[in-house]
Design a binder for this molecule. Sequence first.
Ligand code: NAD
Length: 282
Amino acid sequence: MATIIDGVKLAAEVRERAAQAVKELQAEGVTPCLAVVLVGDDPASASYVRMKERDCAEVGIESRDHRLPAETTQKELDELIDALNSDEAIHGILVQMPLPAHLDAESVIARIAPAKDVDGFHPESLGRLVRGLDGFRACTPAGVMEMLRAYDIDPTGMNAVVIGRSTIVGKPMALLLLEANATVTVCHSRTRDLAAVCRGADLLVAAIGRPKMIDASYVKPGAVVIDVGINRTEEGMVGDVDFAAVEPIASAITPVPGGVGPMTRALLMVNTVAAARRATAG
Ligand code: NAD
């Protein structure tokens, strides 16, 4: 029987701490403010944005909504980013991904002022992570690290296997685990004998996007299993891990829903408060 890592409860605690920090900033006359940019009308993106704005309201962060039509041009989006960059009242800028195909997401991410890059996707934020410098960490992997800390799981010396090498999850996850003194292996779609590599893991992070792919044959008994996957299937939202099969052999496991997802959102609040704090101090 594994410990079920409760992302909902932990995320509420993280938001509560962020709300306290907001109160302290407000006492200094500063209200943290997050600009939320949504281009187009993808229903999943719209729902993510609504949840993020609800979190802001709970924590006391002001959110400014910028909804742009799907046919917005690159120039129009660039101009909005420039305006948000130079608006001192705005501390964080979130551009909801994915953008419509005619827009260049990489150049939009790079255009955001690094000081307002609360998603942690900007090349400067990633570069700072690689160099071990302070900076914004991508919310999903940062949320995973917060979960490990909260459950006293110290990655030091562990064999950690991260499945997935995306810039928003897999790569920063691997770097954060390395920073936490794990011995890290990054796997991906071309990895040979993935199950055998995964069975060597004391800590297994699945960020693949394949429903229930990770069954018991991938998991060493007693391993910690973190499921980042969000897959919408006929049976509802499921992770990349076959929870029913893996839970009996893992020492700790995150559920989907109710695991990494809520923590990702909570860390966006933490990053926005940190951005406001730095802007105020700076
Ligand atoms: P992505 O598609 O950018 O990357 C997926 C990675 O998985 C790739 O590196 C690919 O090489 C690897 N992969 C694909 N098939 C594989 C296979 N058969 N064997 C081994 N590796 C394989 O996805 P992403 O943006 O990193 O997201 C991964 C998952 O995490 C998705 O389900 C996404 O919805 C979810 N996600 C969740 C949160 C959250 O808050 N919980 C945040 C971001 C992403």
